[in-house]
Design a protein around this ligand. Structure first.
Ligand SMILES: Nc1ncnc2c1ncn2[C@@H]1O[C@H](COP(=O)(O)OP(=O)(O)O)[C@@H](O)[C@H]1O
Ligand SMILES: [Mg+2]
Length: 329
């Protein structure tokens, strides 16, 4: 078997005339946390549903843990754990019973079930909730129970579809901690998210996905470094002219004009080129009101590659908005 736990080759999927997944190929290595980062409607859930055999594959090939999702779906299912929003817990069962039941379905021996439940209650910090009915747990605890259930069978790959959607930042960061711990146990993790920070902080590698296509893949650092060394935000008395001046400077990679400010991506360290930039603007008789310097963030990467922002946290209509020409690179 190869070291790739997930292999996807030229995957396509349509709902009627809507092409939700458009020629997607990628691999996930053993032990990695791999994220699909993209807006609502990008095709993330469709891909994850195909990989977990919940949706039938239409076109292309996909292997999970070495098994073909089309021909060996049973073996695929035995290899995976799933944490999806739509999978509900049994709310009339206690925390322990939910886990026990799941282990039984998967024919885990009693002793193994018992041991695993204790490990997972510890990991997800639900030890003192073991006899609480699932319906009486908070939202964050419910998701932790779902996580524990997904891990019950010690899967080779854990799939999570938007695992922290709607969580506050503390709850989200705790979830990241659990996932890092699970990674340390050797589990490969595939997750989807529309939170920039989640992809950035948690993933070994990220694929940015938009309109059913993978636009770019890499580690968070690779993606940011590819963009440029430093970013300057400038506000001046004449942004338009300044943009022209800056575009003529060799080490300036791109200049984007926002309503109020200019976003200047540099190919070199800011200290090398800032004096020149200031001097040229001064020579043109233009006043600089604000200078802000920062390193490219995941948001910058996303905007750069997709041509639009993610509008985090906003409720989004599936088929409206966020239509772009897509920047290809
Ligand atoms: N069951 C379905 N029937 C019809 N269209 C769907 C269905 N599920 C998803 N779609 C459409 O497919 C596209 C991708 O959706 P989805 O895979 O859910 O994206 P994401 O998870 O990134 O939000 C969207 O345009 C969505 O409206
Ligand atoms: Mg989705």
């Amino acid at each position: 078997m190869t070291a790739n736990v997930i292999e996807v080759n030229r995957l396509e999927h349509s709902y009627g005339s809507v092409k939700a997944v458009d020629d997607i190929s990628f691999t996930v290595k053993k032990g990695e946390i791999f994220s699909f980062l993209g807006p609502n409607g990008a095709g993330k859930s469709t891909v994850i549903n195909i990989l977990t055999t919940l949706r039938k594959i239409q076109k292309g090939e996909a292997r999970v843990n070495g098994y073909d999702v089309a021909k060996e779906s049973k073996s695929v299912r035995k290899s995976i754990g799933i944490v999806f929003q739509m999978l509900c817990l049994d709310h009339e069962m206690t925390v322990c019973e939910n886990l026990e039941y799941h282990g039984k379905i998967y024919s885990m021996p009693k002793k193994e079930r018992k041991e695993r439940i204790e490990e997972l209650l510890k990991l997800t910090e639900l030890e003192n909730k073991r006899d609480t009915l699932a319906k009486d747990l908070s939202g964050g605890m419910k998701r932790r129970l779902e996580l524990a259930r997904g891990l019950m069978t010690k899967p080779a790959v854990l799939f999570l579809d938007e695992p922290t959607i709607g969580f506050d930042i503390q709850t989200r960061m705790r979830m990241w901690e659990y996932l890092r711990e699970i990674k340390r146990e050797g589990t490969t993790i595939f997750l989807t998210t529309h939170y920039m920070e989640e992809a950035d902080q948690l993933s070994d590698r990220i694929s940015i996905i938009d309109n059913g296509k993978i636009i770019v893949t890499g580690t968070a650092d690779e993606l940011k470094n590819k963009l440029g060394k430093d970013l300057i935000y400038l506000e001046t008395s004449d942004n338009k002219t300044v943009a022209e001046i800056l575009r003529a400077i060799e080490s300036v990679k791109t200049v984007t004009e926002d309503t109020k400010s200019l976003r200047v991506l540099l190919g070199v360290d800011v200290t090398h080129v800032l004096p020149l930039i200031m001097e040229k603007i001064r020579q043109a008789g233009i006043e600089i009101t604000t200078v802000n310097i920062k390193k490219p963030s995941m948001d910058d990467v996303f905007v750069h590659y997709t041509g639009h922002g993610l509008r985090e946290g906003e409720p989004q209509e599936r088929d409206e908005g966020i239509k772009t020409g897509g920047v290809s690179e």
